[in-house]
Design a protein around this ligand. Structure first.
Ligand code: 3H9
Length: 684
């Protein structure tokens, strides 16, 4: 069956796409649309046209799987020109999400009607691109440059109502009567001159007030740092005001093709599919029966336990939170309420939603109140004995068939499971702090964890808005395990003479939000410190003894002013040099190139070891962990994709070059070595 069919409703021809799952605009769809329009134009009895989609959504964009392959006509731009050129009114009937090329289809139609739940957007920027079928030229002509900028440059879809308010949607129609309402609307337009987006004049706002472009850059600069596509988007929208439509389309094409050929877009497209692949578990049937999770228990009302609880409350799942002391319980739930209220103040939640979420929270000091939970997550002190004690108690009190999870960030989940008589119901759910905000969740599969339990938690993760990745039981799982060699090298580098601020700068320049020494200052250098100022065994001990304990004391590795601006400290540099001398490490000048290689190549190697040992299902899962949990820059695609981009041979050669400085524990991954020798990649 063809993906595009047409249906006659008296004088209206309806062109219907049915290309699951998301009606992506692949070659067959483009051809079908072109044929449909030709059919409408060639038939005098057709007076108006409706374009709509079956299934869950209007066109969600170009077919991303076609990118990077030889193009097959007709091109989307040509099909859209054909639609717009029609003298018979063409109406886009939108439900679900009209995204990217899909939104461009809607813009080429003369009118747009949408159901209230529909969303429209140009998310190409999230794939390292800008719209490539005249979206950057038509949209500003319809809604103005100012309204077009966030859509093109930031890429978040907007709801139908908002789209109507800026003139992108002409009418909101019935949620359940889109097909009929669109036909009726089309009929109303018969005989009127058709409005064409390419002829719109709303874009004059950007010519009359060109400052909006710089203002936009200033407002969003930090968030967009390092990305190429947003600036291209700004230029394209600006061009829409300055150039003729035809010239503007040419400019868009140039920018689009430049981005498409670059590594950023390849990396971000890799990430798009990586995020979706991460949720799939090898070897588990898709239709496996899941355990219904209607009530969750959380042990520990500290920062972590509170944050974890908020995820479930926000998703409408009741939570019972347990603490040892009433005071800690009250403090913890108070913090949760404050966090919600702050979100409401920022306009991201209504007061009613705050009350709704908090209304689902019960607090207790008694394990018996967790008995009827379907899932209990423990977020107590990171100590094996304490964890085992908690799990033994849970095993006794919580009903059979319930899942028992630990939020440990590195302890052995299999050992924790031995404290229970139901190891198949035990697994790790490693949330990242702040747990109500960070997207990443490492789902740690124990030796005995059942498929059903694992699949249930992956599904649940999606429900609470997390990006979940399956990890095996090993020290630090995927994320922290790879952080460890980076930190080890950062410490070694400053001993050998690299300035600690340069180590931070190298990572900042690479695209991380902060470097390891900034991070230490932020977290506090005294975390885990022995608290004896006379016992100095590391640089950290020395700094703590000097009361340089991080940002909170106004000084750590860096000095901080009142605005928390940091400046490197000569005193600290001296402490490090003295320490190096004591340890007999000779200090020398170290290039930024060496710093980068020694920080990042061992991480790739550790990632390869993780893969080799089966601790991650696929290389792209590792990329998903590092992008979402540790700020690895998205536009490089994550550590493993980045390694593919620079070449695995380069990584291995770099590791060999620095071999002697990588520490005693360093072991070259056989998988990495083999792949490098064969000229292969980790990802495809
Ligand atoms: C573009 O349009 C460029 C143009 O300017 C013109 C160029 C000339 N193509 O996300 P889900 C797959 S760029 C191919 O889990 P949801 C996806 O991989 C494009 N495949 O569902 C998954 O496959 P699988 C601009 C696609 O309900 C399945 O569909 N558009 C595409 O959570 C289900 O996806 C975008 O960037 C695609 N375009 O969310 C929109 N989209 O089942 C990208 C999805 O094998 N898409 N798939 O894992 C989305 O944001 C979400 O998929 C959407 C649905 C919100 C639509």
């Amino acid at each position: 069956m063809s993906v595009i069919t047409t249906e006659r409703h008296d004088d209206v021809l309806v062109i219907i796409s049915d290309n699951p799952p998301v009606n992506a605009l692949g070659q067959a769809v483009r051809q079908g649309l072109a044929d449909g329009i030709e059919e409408a134009l060639g038939d005098d009895s057709v007076k108006a046209v409706v374009i709509r989609c079956d299934g869950r959504t209007f066109f969600a964009g170009a077919d991303i799987t076609e990118f990077g392959k030889p193009p097959q006509g007709p091109g989307l731009g040509d099909v859209l020109d054909q639609i717009e050129a029609s003298d018979k009114p063409v109406v886009a009937a939108i439900h679900g999400t009209a995204l990217g090329g899909g939104c461009e289809v809607a813009l080429a139609c003369h009118y747009r009607v949408a159901v209230p739940s529909a969303k429209l957007g140009l998310p190409e920027v999230k794939l390292g691109l800008i719209p490539g079928a005249a979206g950057t030229q038509r949209l500003p002509r319809v809604v103005g440059a100012e309204a077009a900028l966030p859509m093109v440059v930031v890429g978040n879809p907007i709801p139908a109502k908002k789209a109507e308010s800026i003139g992108l949607v002409d009418r909101i129609v019935g949620e359940d009567s889109l097909a009929e309402d669109a036909i009726a609307f089309a009929r109303e337009q018969i005989g009127k001159p058709v409005p064409r987006a390419s002829e719109g004049t709303a874009n004059r706002d950007g010519v009359e007030n060109p400052a909006i472009f710089d203002e936009f850059r200033a407002k969003h600069g930090r968030k967009l740092r390092g990305f190429d596509a947003p600036e291209a988007g700004i230029q394209a929208v600006k061009a829409a005001g300055e150039l003729s439509y035809e010239e503007g389309v040419k400019k868009e094409r140039e920018l689009f093709m430049g981005l498409m050929a670059g590594t950023q877009s390849a990396a971000m497209r890799h990430y798009f599919f990586a995020e979706r692949a991460a949720n799939k578990i090898e070897g588990i049937a898709k239709d496996i029966e899941l355990i219904p999770i209607k009530k969750v228990g959380v042990i520990g009302a500290g920062t972590m336990g509170g944050g974890i609880s908020m995820n479930f409350l926000s998703a409408g799942i009741p939570v019972t939170i347990l603490e040892m002391e009433q005071e800690a319980l009250d403090r913890g739930t108070g913090v949760m309420r404050k966090n919600y209220e702050r979100t409401a103040l920022r306009g991201r939640m209504t007061g009613e939603q705050v009350e709704q979420a908090m209304g689902l929270l019960t607090s207790t000091l008694d394990y018996a109140d967790l008995a009827d939970c379907d899932l209990v997550i423990e977020a107590v002190f990171e100590n094996m004995d304490v964890k085992k004690e908690v799990f033994a108690k849970l095993d006794e009190t919580v009903k059979q068939g319930a899942i028992l999870a630990s939020n440990t960030s590195y302890l052995n989940v299999d050992e924790i499971a031995t404290a229970t008589n139901r190891p198949e119901y035990v697994l790790g759910l490693h949330f990242f702090s702040p747990a109500n905000i960070m997207k990443l969740l490492e789902v740690v599969r124990g030796d005995k964890t059942s498929d059903q339990v694992l699949a249930t938690c992956m599904k649940l993760a999606k429900k609470i808005g997390k990006i979940a990745v399956v990890a095996g039981v090993c020290d630090g799982f995927i994320g922290n395990r790879m952080l460890s060699p980076r930190q080890q090298q950062a410490n070694a580098l400053i001993m050998e003479g690299a300035n600690y601020w340069e180590v931070d700068e190298v990572l900042l320049d690479f695209g991380f939000p902060m470097g390891p020494f900034q991070m230490s200052d932020l977290a506090g250098l005294d975390i885990g410190w022995h608290r004896d100022p006379s016992r100095i065994e590391s640089v950290r001990d020395a700094l703590c003894a000097m009361d340089r304990r991080g940002q909170k004391t106004g000084a750590g590795f860096y000095d901080y002013d009142e605005a928390r601006q940091r400046t490197p400290s000569d005193d600290v540099k001296k402490v490090i040099a003295e320490f190096a001398e004591k340890q007999g490490v000779e200090q020398r000048e170290i290039s930024k190139e060496e710093i980068q290689e020694r920080l990042l190549y061992p991480m790739v190697n550790e990632g390869a070891l993780i893969l080799e040992e089966g601790m991650a299902q696929r290389a792209s899962d590792i990329d998903v962990v590092w992008i979402n949990g540790y700020g690895w820059p998205l536009y490089t695609g994550g550590p493993m994709f980045w390694a593919d981009t620079i070449g695995l041979g380069t990584v291995v050669a770099g590791l060999e070059k620095h071999r002697e400085r990588l520490g005693e524990k360093f072991k070259l991954s056989q998988l990495l070595a083999d792949k490098a020798a064969a000229g292969e990649r980790f990802n495809g």
